[in-house]
Structure formats: structure tokens, C-alpha cells
Design a protein around this ligand. Structure first.
Ligand code: SAM
Length: 488
């Protein structure tokens, strides 16, 4: 058995002894046969999101080598934060996770203690993302039911994007660019800027207030030339953002834009936008994970489920029979407000289901997949090249949604323009060896760290300079700022 400790904090590694003791007891009792024991790779994780998609123990089978006689490895992940010393029955939990991983691989089999909500798929196409988009589409109803805004669910209770000093620096940088362009007679008559994934619009409002004030103070006349595009795929957030920019509304256009391909809606602005900004949105775009081990690549496939006990409890509370549960959840994800009688009941059902939702995993070899799992901007040679200096046993995000968005935004940039993204980036692939980086749940949404190292490589290969700077305005912030400009 290989034991991997992913903690950086001693106190959370306290469960290590309990986990090894449970595994040895199972081995000695013969409940885990020796052959199986030798094939276990146990990962002890300290998961940073309180709400996530993990059970205390999850076991994931790995596709066997073709023609291989012996059975393959089984990855066992233990979320040590959920282990209550002395109270969690680790032996039963480990045993049941391994039994599930080795036997319940087919669609819903009789006796399975989980209600499966989908078949195995890449995380990118999992219904987890349907929950996420439902949340943004119906944000007002969710917030009304919790009495809290989504920003209060963020670490620190507010968005780093709206930090006044950060916004002031961003305004000053942009003003300096405009001043320089004016001097060089490069300034266009209309100055286009784009905010992608506006949320409640707080940052945009603050940015415009500060820009207007600086423009007045310096006696320049840039403000009235601004054309501000606020883009989001949710009408609910676009409506919410309007009051935040009320003093500048004549300059603003509110546009339904899918951040995966802003070019589709904004192609008339190709090479015209001087400043594109987004924050906490890349971490909210569909993503998937790959595993590289012993020189081979695997796609981490997932399947969403409810523990049968949770499914029964939720069914009993909301009057939904177990057999109808999948159907009712499907209706709910399509956005039908009447899926369990009246609306408030429906919102409560949605919240309970999402809270209980878990993901199980299996590692599928690339060769065994019917289609290439690579995003269009990446081919296998490029990926191998990028991974050349990374640790051999590496599980990492592909951030395919962020990559797609990034590549479909860059062509909008004016030759002197720039893209600034504030988010939780993994800036070196080595960091993936240091533990879990999502996905987690923030209220009703999905949050996932973004593979910034991959974004940088891809951006540089298509002619852009990509830099990261730590967000220095709040101590303890995990945010980095990605800054991209077209290369000369
Ligand atoms: C976590 S909020 C961040 C809001 C704001 N930028 C902030 O930092 O507070 C994510 C925002 O991205 C939007 N979003 C998520 N996926 C999107 C997509 N594919 N296209 C456009 N907007 C998207 C959501 O509707 C939401 O407004």
C-alpha cells in the first residue's frame, strides 16, 4: 500500500494514525485481502471547502493495463477534515467505499447504497454544472431563501474584486494607458471595456466611480468616451448589477454573453477592446481533471449520486418517492419552478439535494475513451511538452472552460489592450502535489481552482504574454491576478 500525505498542517494530519490503524485491522481480519492491500494508494487530503462533493472516504478504480494479469491500483481518498476522531467508523467506511468502487461500476444495480444521478462522465459534462447554472439563473430566489448574498459565501465574506485599493490601482493603470495612447495619437473615439461574469456588479460600479473621479481630477476627458459592456450568462445577475452602476448607466450595456465564447456575441469588437476584466468566474467554468501516472494519461470520470439514506430522507421531507427522485431532480435542473408543488418548497428541495450531492470517480485511460478528452486548444504533444518538468504522479485540473474562455477572449483585445483575471490560480504544476484544489461548493455554485500554469503555456504559444501577481490587498487572500497582453 502507498500512503500519500497531502497535508501542510500537522493538526489535520492527526487522523493519519486512525486511518492506518483501520486499514491494518481490515488487513489482519482478512476483510481487505493482501493482494488488494498491496494495490491501494491511499491519499490523505485536507479539503479546503467545507461543502464539497466528497464522502469521508472515496475509492476510485483505475483502468487496467491491456492484457495485464493482475488487478489495477485502487485510489482511496480520505477527507481527514470529515474524520471525527473516535466517532467515525473508518473501518466500515473504508470497506464500503472499496466494495463500491470494485462492484458498483455499472448503472444503478440492485443493492447499491447510492442513488445514481448520472452515468460516468467527464466532470466538465457532469450535472454538477447544471446545478451551478441553475444557481446563477435563479440567484435572487436562492439568496431570498438564505437571507444572504452570494458574496457572503466567499472566503472572507466579500469579493476580492471589489477591494477599494485594488480597484484604485486598476483604474490608475488603465488611465495611464489611455494617457499614453492619447499622447501617441492612438486613442480611439470610443473606449471599450468589458466585465465578464459581473455578479452583483459591485466591482464595476466602484471602478467607474473611481475612474470618473480620477478623470475629473486630472482634467482628462476619457470618462465620456467609455463604452462599458457588462456580460454574464445569467439575466438575474445582469439585473442585479444595474443598480450598482446606476450613476454611469448611460455608458453601460448589459449583455447576455457566454464567457466560454465571448467572441460569438462580440465579434464586431474584434481587436477593439482595451480592457477586459473578470473575477471569480474562471473558477466557476466547467472543468475536468487528468491523472498522469507511470507515463500514462487518465481522464478522471465522475458520477453524481446521493447516499440512499439522504435520498430517502429528502424524499420523505418533500413527498417525492425514491423511484421519481431522478425525474424530479431532472425537472428541477431544467428550471421548472413547480417540480415539487409550490415554489418555496421547491427551493428548499433544491438546496437539500445539492447539499447532499456527492461525486464518485474512476480513472479511465485515454486510449479507452471513445473521443479525445482534450480541449480543442490542446493536443497530446503540447500537453506532454507542458507536463515535461512536472512530477510524474500528478493529478491536475485541465480548466477546459477557462482555457476556452481565455482563447475566445484574446482576439477581442486591442493591440494595446489587456485582459486581467482575478481568481484562484494554480501557478505551478508542482502545487498539485500539495493537495486538493476543488471542486467545492459555495452556496449553490461550483468552485474549482484554475490551472494557471496551463493557461500561461497556452497563451504564450498563441502570441500573448501572461503574468501572475499575488493579490496583495488582503492578507491571506488566495487570489492571483492574471495579466495578459498581446506580444509585440
Ligand atoms: C462567483 S460569481 C463572481 C461575480 C463577480 N465577478 C465577483 O467577483 O464578485 C461568478 C459570475 O460568473 C457568471 N458566470 C458563470 N459562468 C458563466 C458563463 N459561462 N458565462 C457568463 N457568465 C458566467 C455567474 O453568473 C456569476 O455572475
Amino acid at each position: 500500500m502507498i500512503l500519500k500525505l497531502n497535508h501542510l498542517r500537522g493538526e489535520t494530519a492527526a487522523a493519519t494514525q486512525e486511518v492506518t490503524a483501520a486499514l491494518y485491522a481490515l488487513l489482519e481480519e482478512g476483510q481487505i485481502p493482501q493482494d488488494q492491500f498491496s494495490r491501494l494508494r491511499v491519499h490523505l487530503d485536507w479539503i479546503q471547502y467545507k461543502q464539497n462533493f466528497r464522502d469521508v472516504v472515496m475509492a476510485a478504480p483505475v483502468d487496467p493495463e491491456p492484457g495485464e494479469q493482475t488487478a489495477p491500483f485502487i485510489d482511496v481518498f480520505v477527507d481527514t477534515r470529515q474524520v471525527v476522531p473516535g466517532a467515525t467508523d473508518l473501518r466500515a467506511t473504508i470497506l464500503s467505499a472499496i466494495a463500491h468502487a470494485t462492484s458498483c461500476t455499472a448503472p444503478q444495480s440492485p443493492g447499491c447504497d447510492r442513488l445514481l444521478l448520472e452515468d460516468f462522465t467527464s466532470f466538465r459534462t457532469s450535472i454538477a454544472w447544471s446545478f451551478n447554472s441553475l444557481y446563477w439563473r435563479r440567484l435572487d430566489e436562492w439568496e431570498k431563501s438564505t437571507g444572504k448574498s452570494y458574496e457572503q459565501a466567499l472566503p472572507g465574506g466579500s469579493s476580492d474584486a471589489s477591494h477599494p485599493d485594488g480597484v484604485a490601482d486598476s483604474v490608475a493603470d488603465f488611465w495611464t494607458l489611455l494617457q499614453d495612447m492619447e499622447k501617441k495619437k492612438q486613442l480611439p473615439p470610443e473606449i471599450f471595456i468589458l466585465e465578464l461574469g459581473v455578479g452583483a456588479g459591485a466591482r464595476c460600479g466602484l471602478w467607474l466611480n473611481k475612474f470618473q473621479a480620477l478623470d475629473r481630477q486630472r482634467g482628462t476627458h476619457f470618462y465620456l468616451k467609455l463604452r462599458v459592456l457588462l456580460g454574464d450568462y445569467s439575466l438575474a445577475t445582469l439585473d442585479m448589477s444595474r443598480p450598482a452602476v446606476k450613476d454611469h448607466v448611460d455608458l453601460c450595456s448589459f449583455m447576455v454573453i457566454d464567457a466560454l465564447n465571448p467572441l460569438k456575441t462580440l465579434s464586431f469588437l474584434r481587436h477593439k477592446i482595451l480592457y477586459v476584466h473578470s473575477s471569480n468566474m474562471y473558477d466557476n467554468l466547467p472543468d475536468e481533471e487528468f491523472l498522469r501516472r507511470d507515463g500514462r494519461l487518465y481522464l478522471v470520470q465522475v458520477r453524481m449520486y446521493l447516499q440512499m439514506a439522504d435520498a430517502r430522507r429528502i424524499g420523505a421531507t418533500f413527498g417525492v418517492q425514491l423511484e421519481r427522485m431522478r425525474f424530479v431532480i431532472g425537472r428541477m435542473l431544467e428550471g421548472d419552478p413547480d417540480y415539487v408543488g409550490y415554489r418555496a418548497h421547491g427551493i428548499a428541495f433544491w438546496k437539500e439535494v445539492y447539499k447532499a450531492a456527492r461525486l464518485e470517480e474512476r480513472m479511465t485511460r485515454f486510449e479507452n475513451l471513445p473521443d479525445s478528452p482534450l480541449p480543442t486548444v490542446l493536443d497530446i504533444a503540447k500537453l506532454e511538452d507542458i507536463l515535461a518538468a512536472a512530477p510524474d504522479d500528478l493529478r491536475f485540473h485541465v480548466s477546459s472552460g477557462a482555457l476556452e474562455s481565455f482563447c475566445n477572449t484574446l482576439p477581442l483585445l486591442h493591440p494595446r489592450g489587456y485582459l486581467q483575471v482575478q481568481d484562484i490560480f494554480v501557478t505551478s504544476l508542482n502545487t498539485y502535489a500539495l493537495g486538493f484544489h476543488g471542486p467545492g461548493k459555495l452556496d449553490g455554485s461550483v468552485v474549482n481552482w484554475v490551472n494557471g500554469a496551463l493557461l500561461k503555456e497556452v497563451g504564450e504559444r498563441v502570441g500573448y504574454d501572461v503574468h501572475f501577481a499575488p493579490f496583495r490587498y488582503r492578507t491571506g487572500s488566495k487570489t492571483n491576478i492574471l495579466y495578459t497582453t498581446p506580444r509585440d
